[in-house]
Design a protein around this ligand. Structure first.
Ligand code: PA5
Length: 402
């Protein structure tokens, strides 16, 4: 199912009590989500997801990985807000939305995160001015079942609500309504996605499995002095999956002055940017290469009578074939340059295998954090910036009113 190749000569010997890693990350009523998604798909031109961090990255990763590069926009276009505090972004978004039929899904487990809360305040006002009383039928709230300001607003306004399970943190929530509702609205087969996740759960419930191998390998490399892990792939639409992975590992492991710094590259674009450093710069990193064997859509290289560019030796081959060969070339070059390469291969870029891969990473991440002896489910460091920002905001607000 998933082909994992370790770079370690000797397996590290770790006794695992797998019971400790039986976290359940899949909780959702698929029928309810599919039913609502089918209604939205009929009516909406834009579905706006308001959320930050784990409250939007999973959905965005899956949607980008599994929808075409150049959309015709006959279906629903999924857009995002509340993941930055740019006024220019919001202003341009509002202008863009003006000519579109829109639905809004605000997602926040705590219900009080500043970025989505501000964006939602702006969007709520916009929706009410534009749609009047019916605005409330176009707004869905995904939050805690019982507590939080967003929950209070949803109750007061009568918005339809979806629950973020209390025991599942944002970055582990892609198999809950947090991820599944936007993914379904984007037209992706959530049943296949969840099936992939469930199969991975089964496969990674044994005492030896590739999620444990991945965690052990990166831990052993960390102990040997490597401080950066670079996640790499050769398909641009995996870009946001990289971002999701970066958050998953960065926020789960980077604490108590420990952890690998998670970094990402997209090849071949980045071979012409940061590739020089990876090949030849400070020897601080190893690389984890993701490869999907079968990717929908391909182009053959045509034969040219004059062959001025000298590329006829590649005619008859497809771009995807060449891309796959270049992946092997890059791995060989980087290994020769002193960058250990872990390989993760999957048969096909589809909903099932993306679900499988994401569950693989979540299981591996929890296990990996346990090797570092840190809690994979909290993020105390994130609070530091919030505290400072609030102090400054409150001081400035006082100044404005003086
Ligand atoms: O993974 C996490 O827990 C975080 O990234 C949160 O998802 C992020 O901070 C947003 O939090 P909330 O959903 O409470 O708005």
């Amino acid at each position: 199912m998933l082909n994992f190749t370790s770079v370690l000569k000797n397996k590290i010997d770790i006794t695992v009590n797998i019971q400790n890693f039986n976290n359940n990350f899949i909780t959702a009523n698929l029928h309810e989500i599919q039913h609502l998604a089918s209604i939205i798909k009929e009516k909406a031109q834009v579905y706006l997801v308001i959320g930050v961090g784990g409250s939007f990255l999973g959905a965005r990763a899956v949607i980008d990985a599994l929808t075409p590069y150049f959309r015709s926009y006959n279906g629903v276009e999924v857009l995002y807000a509340g993941n930055n505090m740019s006024g220019a972004y919001l202003k341009q978004l509002l202008a863009y939305l003006d000519t579109k039929d829109i639905y809004v899904n605000v997602i926040s487990k705590s219900g009080s995160t500043m970025e989505p809360a501000l964006a939602f305040r702006v969007m709520k006002d916009y929706m009410e001015k534009r749609y009047g009383q019916t605005a409330r039928e176009r707004i869905f709230v995904t939050t805690d079942a019982e507590k939080g300001i967003l929950k209070q607003i949803a109750d007061k306004e009568g918005y339809r609500q979806f629950v973020v399970p209390s025991d599942i943190g944002g970055r582990y929530s892609v198999f809950t309504p947090v991820g599944l509702l936007p993914i379904a609205v984007a037209g992706i087969d959530i049943e296949a996605f969840v099936r992939g996740g469930r199969q991975a759960e089964l496969d990674f419930a044994s005492e030896t499995n590739s999620a444990i191998d991945y965690a052990c390998t990166r831990y052993a490399l960390y102990q040997q002095g490597y401080s950066v892990e670079i996640l790499a792939s050769f398909e641009p639409r995996l870009n946001k999956l990289h971002e999701w992975w970066k958050q998953l590992f960065g926020e789960s492991e980077g604490k108590e002055h420990k952890g690998l710094y998670p970094s990402t590259v997209n090849y071949s674009t980045d071979l012409h940017a940061i590739g020089q450093f990876i090949q030849d710069g400070s020897r601080i990193m190893f690389e984890t290469l993701i490869h999907f064997e079968d990717i929908d859509g391909d182009v053959d290289i045509p034969f040219s009578l004059d062959d001025i560019d000298g590329l006829n030796y590649l005619s008859g081959h497809s771009m995807n074939d060449i891309n796959a060969i270049s992946k092997d070339g890059v791995a060989l070059a980087h290994e020769a340059g002193g960058v250990p390469v872990i390989r993760i291969g999957l048969p096909k870029l589809d909903a099932y295998h993306v679900g499988y891969l994401m569950m693989f990473f979540m299981k591996a991440c929890v296990f990996s954090a346990s090797l570092l002896e840190v809690n994979p489910f909290d993020q105390p460091g994130v609070e530091a910036y919030k505290k400072k920002m609030l102090e400054l905001l409150k001081r400035n607000v006082v100044k404005v009113h003086v």
